[in-house]
Design a binder for this molecule. Structure first.
Ligand code: OFO
Length: 171
């Protein structure tokens, strides 16, 4: 049976992953109507990845004898100052998610729930990868500056990244 404290913390993480998926979906939609189709593809794919993170947690909680309940979500943003603003907000959000995963790991460890600690290793690694991806994208923004040509090129790169992400998660 899943420890109650650990179950509650896992349910909060499920909510955060679902919220992340919504936030990236809203951002993708804004990118799409703002002429950044590559960034939109990338963020739609990323929104799906967050949903996968959520599903994995739901399955885990239920498999361990808990009950993965869903909670209320916040309405995500609707407009953004620029494409750079979108990606700056994503990095901040991912840093917040990393903190949340680390706290969750700490709770599981303190409760001597080593199975959950082990399960959370995957999320810890995923966060390292995601933060590094978004830092890399922000570096590219710095290189591109405010030039339209630079942004156009960046949007194309994000499109390629979306295709690579989609095929990696299909494997
Ligand atoms: Fe962005 O990794 Fe889940 O939330």
């Amino acid at each position: 049976m899943l420890n109650k404290k650990v179950e509650k913390a896992l349910i909060n993480q499920i909510q955060l992953e679902e919220q992340s998926s919504r936030i990236y979906m809203a951002m993708a939609s804004w990118c799409e109507v703002s002429g950044f189709s590559g960034a939109a593809n990338f963020l739609y794919t990323h929104s799906d990845e967050e949903r996968m993170h959520m599903n994995k947690l739901i399955k885990y909680v239920n498999d361990k004898g808990g009950h993965a309940i869903l909670q209320t979500l916040e309405v995500p943003g609707t407009t953004y100052k620029s494409l750079l603003d979108v990606f700056e907000q994503i990095l901040k959000h991912e840093e917040f998610v990393t903190e949340s995963i680390n706290k969750l790991y700490e709770i599981a460890f303190k409760e001597r729930d080593y199975t959950t600690s082990q399960f959370l290793q995957w999320y810890i690694e995923e966060q390292i990868e995601e933060e590094s991806t978004f830092k890399g994208i922000l570096d590219k923004f710095r290189l591109a500056g405010n030039q339209t040509g630079g942004l156009f090129h960046l949007d194309k790169e994000l499109d390629a990244l979306a295709i690579a992400d989609a095929s990696a998660s299909a494997q």
